[in-house]
Design a protein around this ligand. Structure first.
Ligand code: ZN
Length: 189
């Protein structure tokens, strides 16, 4: 039985041999998103190959940043850094924060995570160092909608994000594909 990596590599060889037409562009795509969009969303598996088509976004059109629960916990975290690159190096002009219904982060809590980490051999001293951050991150996530609102506001008020970049907040239904607007970025300039 081939292991996971072997399975993936076998799939890759087949894929490259018969590259689907949609990916076989005669001219290479630019790394700059041609619709000038950045999406910041959750790593949830149900969003893969579903969220972008549900918004009419195709390959080459948007930067996509993901993490668990599309969360931002401090003023210069990895997402803010990625957005800075997206805006100042890659011409992004509009940001969409997209949470989703049934986000697993609403169920997560720092106590449970810490216990599971320790059970798997993570050193308690290492956890102690990030304990406060873990709590700030996991224990304040109760509703995906509230989180989207909070995160959009955090990006909007970041000293590193220009005022002329609208920041929208949306909620995606991972079953129906429907989008609801939580924050209309054009109204919150
Ligand atoms: Zn999620």
């Amino acid at each position: 039985m081939p292991n996971t990596l072997d399975q993936l590599l076998a799939a890759n060889r087949k894929f490259v041999e018969n590259l689907p037409l949609e990916f076989a562009s005669p001219t290479p795509l630019s790394s700059k998103p041609n619709r000038r969009l950045a999406l910041f969303t959750c790593m949830d598996t149900r969003l893969v190959s579903f969220l972008e088509p549900a918004l009419g976004i195709r390959r080459g059109e948007a930067k996509v940043i993901k993490n668990a629960g599309n969360s931002i916990t401090d003023s210069f975290d990895a997402t803010i850094r990625s957005l800075i690159v997206a805006i100042f190096e890659l011409d992004v002009k509009e940001i969409l924060v997209i949470g989703h219904l049934n986000c697993g982060m609403a169920e997560a809590n720092s106590e449970q995570l810490k216990t599971r980490m320790i059970d798997r051999g993570i050193h308690p001293a290492a956890i102690k160092v990030v304990e406060e951050e873990l709590e700030k991150w996991l224990d304040q996530f109760h509703h995906p909608e509230d989180n989207v609102e909070k995160v959009a506001a955090r990006i909007r008020s970041s000293p590193f994000i220009p005022r002329d970049v609208p920041v929208h907040g949306l909620i995606f239904d991972p079953h129906t594909g429907e989008i609801q607007v939580v924050v209309n970025g054009y109204e919150s300039f």
